[in-house]
Design a binder for this molecule. Structure first.
Ligand SMILES: Cc1cc2nc3c(=O)[nH]c(=O)nc-3n(C[C@H](O)[C@H](O)[C@H](O)COP(=O)(O)OP(=O)(O)OC[C@H]3O[C@@H](n4cnc5c(N)ncnc54)[C@H](O)[C@@H]3O)c2cc1C
Length: 529
């Protein structure tokens, strides 16, 4: 318009390699072949093309097609082509599978983190496919048959018999109308038939319903059991899987979350009859790890935008990045994001190195803390863009709407905090493993020492009074995760540690309100573009 010139607005975020520009990620000890793969994925994740796929997949949400034009039930969901592009890249880089064939969990975690910064919703089927194998291996014959498809690096969409496809994706269905946390209340029934079971009932949340295979909990004669439910049977016929509706969700709009009815649905037992929970928990441990990774990705994507804006926007005569108070806010955002990154890298290494005792406490505690913190971090990053941050085109509203989700699924905040208490009470080896881990940085920082001593008292105090333990579960879980993150920063990013540790025991302080040191180092985690 001739009325004004557009000025004082930041340039679009230049194409950046999201791997090589991430200082904390780069502290991980990747092998050269892993670093090469991550470099390629990080470059693609920073392109405008990838960002456009993310935007399109969310602006054109999936649509349910219950019937074909002749009236037959088809129960299919139609996605925008951008959704398929996102999945093609994710599967092509093995984000759903490499640790089960040729890779390490830590490298796959880094890849999932990089690619989730582009778009979160498609991470759901990727994460569920990554996590399904340890559970499926409770049925060795089924696992042997299906593993080649589940670990294939080919994305092959469409409902066809699993063994005829060049790549498979998997989902899970536990939650019912009457309860999601308390899955023992499941009412779906499974009756033995000829070599399989027949399922009758419903699932109230079943995400990514176009996956090929689902792990489903149902009540069998022997108790709550886990079943493999394919969408298409080996003879090519559709397995009854009536999608009633897709949820109208706050965020996660690229992904479909369905309400499903089972009526005469074929299921194949995974694990022993009555062992449904222990079997599916092998899957849930890894999906919880992915909740931490996905949340860390959301934090990083938001904080990069905030720092970029502040480097280019001027107010009251100077760039925002030069305003002392804005620097404090941005520095706190950077260290929060760095702590989340350091945490997920360590958690992934517990899986690589089979450190089950540490993982048993650290994964739920980190899931509790990082997922909850993401809402605060993303909201503050959004505000750094002022009014523009509140507008869809900035991308921040999408990150914000996504941010509460990882805290809800795979164990909501309270449920996961109670799980931490359960582990602290029952698994003494886990407490010992955590204490040994934290002892590696004992004496390095007074604030960390004080927090660890507070944590130790809380851990030693759990036991006799279950009510008291439950009431303190969030305090324990949050402190545990923050102590671990602080200790990791001391070891791997000492420049950032002091600032994170300054706010360790007072996490409720608003971002930017903790007079923390090391502002320069913190801002240095986002290179100038
Ligand atoms: C977008 C989306 C996709 C999903 N996809 C799937 C899917 O693919 N498959 C699937 O199986 N499920 C899925 N879920 C469901 C999800 O896992 C459940 O919503 C979640 O487990 C919580 O269960 P609920 O909704 O029944 O809540 P409830 O179990 O009713 O819990 C409500 C609240 O009470 C708290 N609470 C529960 N018990 C206690 C207690 N003892 N003490 C204190 N507080 C407690 C919880 O923390 C929660 O805050 C999805 C959910 C969402 C939002």
């Amino acid at each position: 318009m001739p009325t004004h010139e557009v000025e004082n607005v930041p340039p679009p975020l230049a194409e950046v390699n999201r791997f090589t520009t991430d200082a904390v990620l780069m502290t991980a000890d990747f092998e050269p072949s892993e670093a090469e793969q991550l470099d390629r994925l990080g470059e693609l994740a920073g392109t405008t093309q990838a960002a456009e796929w993310g935007r399109l997949a969310n602006s054109h949400p999936p649509e349910l097609r219950t019937h074909d034009r002749f009236g037959h039930r088809i129960d299919e969901v139609e996605f925008h082509p951008a959704w398929h592009e996102l999945l093609r890249v994710a599967v092509g880089h093995g984000l759903h599978a490499t640790p089960w064939t040729c890779g390490r969990h830590v490298a796959r975690a880094a890849g999932f983190y990089l690619w989730s910064q582009v778009e979160a919703g498609h991470g759901c089927p990727i994460s569920m496919t990554y996590s399904v194998l340890p559970a499926l291996r409770h049925a060795p014959d089924l696992a042997a048959t299906l593993e080649p498809g589940l670990t294939s690096m080919t994305y092959d969409p469409g409902l066809r018999p699993p063994l005829s496809k060049s790549g498979l994706l998997a989902g899970m269905a536990m939650t019912e109308k009457q309860g999601g946390s308390d899955v023992r209340a499941n009412t779906t029934r499974a009756a033995p038939a000829d070599g399989h079971y027949v399922l009758t009932g419903h699932k109230w949340f079943c995400s990514a319903p176009m996956c090929d295979l689902f792990l489903v909990l149902a009540q069998a004669p022997g108790g709550l059991s886990c079943f493999l439910v394919p969408r298409v049977l080996s003879d090519g016929g559709r397995n009854p899987f009536a999608i009633q509706r897709l949820k109208d969700k706050l965020g996660n709009r690229s992904n479909a979350s369905a309400e499903v009815e089972f009526d005469g649905t074929h299921g194949f037992l995974v694990g022993g009859a009555g062992d449904g929970l222990p079997s599916i928990l092998d899957m849930v441990t890894l999906t919880r790890l992915d909740c931490v990774i996905g949340s860390a990705a959301g934090q990083r994507a938001a904080v990069v935008q905030a720092v970029h804006q502040a480097r280019h926007r001027r107010a009251f005569g100077s760039r925002l990045i030069e305003a002392p108070l804005m620097r404090e806010v941005l520095a706190d955002l950077c260290v929060e994001s760095a702590a989340a990154t350091a945490l997920f890298l360590r958690l992934a290494r517990t899986v690589d190195d089979d450190e089950r005792a540490l993982a048993r406490l650290a994964i739920p505690a980190a899931k509790y803390w990082v997922c909850k913190r993401t809402v605060t971090v993303v909201a503050e990053a959004l505000e750094c863009l002022g009014g523009n941050g509140y507008v869809e085109e900035s991308g921040l509203p999408r990150l914000y709407r996504e941010s509460p989700l990882n805290s809800i699924w795979e164990g909501s905040g309270n449920v996961i905090a109670l799980d931490v208490v359960r582990a602290a009470t029952r698994a003494q080896a886990s407490v010992a493993a955590l204490e040994a881990e934290l002892a590696t940085t004992a004496g390095a920082d007074r604030a960390l020492d004080a927090a660890v001593s507070q944590l130790t008292s809380l851990l030693r105090g759990v036991g006799p009074d279950p009510g008291a333990d439950q009431r303190g579960a969030r305090r324990l879980s949050g402190l545990l995760a923050r102590c671990l993150a602080g200790s990791l920063l001391v070891r791997h990013a000492p420049d950032l540690a002091s600032r994170f540790l300054a706010g360790l025991t007072d996490p409720s302080a608003a971002l930017g309100a903790r007079p923390g040191p090391a502002t320069e180092s913190a801002l240095g985690t986002i290179p100038e573009t």
